[in-house]
Design a binder for this molecule. Structure first.
Ligand code: SF4
Length: 219
């Protein structure tokens, strides 16, 4: 059974489907502990949750009438039934997206017929989780996937630019910069992109934090 701390309908706040309606399924537990985590309440292995089968979650998503399904956390790849869930969603013609912290291999899902689209974080120094990225994941990226750099400092920006170049990331997938909310000005990120000539990198703000209270859950 799959431990779900919350599920709700809202709009995607980030990623290539930003602004589109999505059914969110947030799973319990995370293997990292980032300095800026805004879902720490969901990461504790004892956090209150409900258990569902993959089929029950797919039925719920289908009944919502929403096409996009965002599976998030915590860290969804910790869930042993994540493949079953993706398959159940695909069988209903729903568009599954997994938001992962990038530290665990995506290979188990990446070659399947029911492959979801991935948004992978690349953790930068200010997260406190730098060097957690599973480099093998680069080999499994496809054009519709996203690598996201959440930047809070100048060091983060420099590191992100170096990683983008090292792996030619912009040739492989979408690449996003996103500011740590309240820590670095989006304006500074734009300046940095101009200084470095970062064509094909996109700045993205977490729009749900501008629409609702930044600490509000279930949105
Ligand atoms: S990986 Fe995501 S959920 Fe886990 S601690 Fe970091 S920000 Fe929070």
């Amino acid at each position: 059974m799959i431990p779900v701390v919350e599920k709700f309908i809202s709009i995607n706040g980030e990623g290539t489907r930003s602004g589109e309606l999505a059914a969110f399924i947030r799973l319990r537990g995370c293997n990292l502990s980032c300095s800026y985590c805004d879902t720490a309440w969901a990461n504790d292995n004892n956090a209150p949750c409900k258990f569902y089968s993959a089929q029950e979650l797919a039925d719920w998503a289908e009944s919502s009438g929403v096409l996009n399904v965002t599976i998030t956390g915590g860290e969804p790849l910790l869930c042993g039934e994540i493949g079953e869930l993706c398959m159940a969603l695909a069988q209903k013609g729903l568009r599954a997206e997994i938001e992962t912290n990038g530290s665990l291999p995506v290979s188990g899902l990446a070659n399947e017929e029911y492959r979801p689209c991935f948004t992978l974080d690349y953790k930068l120094p200010s997260s406190g989780m730098y060097e957690s990225f599973c480099a093998d994941n680069i080999d499994f990226l496809q054009k519709n996937d996203t690598i996201k750099f959440v930047c809070g400092t100048e060091e983060d920006l420099d590191t992100a630019a170096e990683v983008i170049e090292r792996y030619s990331l912009c040739d492989k997938c979408y690449v996003y910069f996103s500011p740590v909310f309240g820590q670095i000005k989006a304006e500074r990120i734009v300046e940095f992109m101009k200084e470095k000539g970062l064509n094909r990198v996109r700045l993205q703000l977490q729009i749900h934090k501008y629409i609702w209270d930044p600490d509000k859950r279930g949105v």
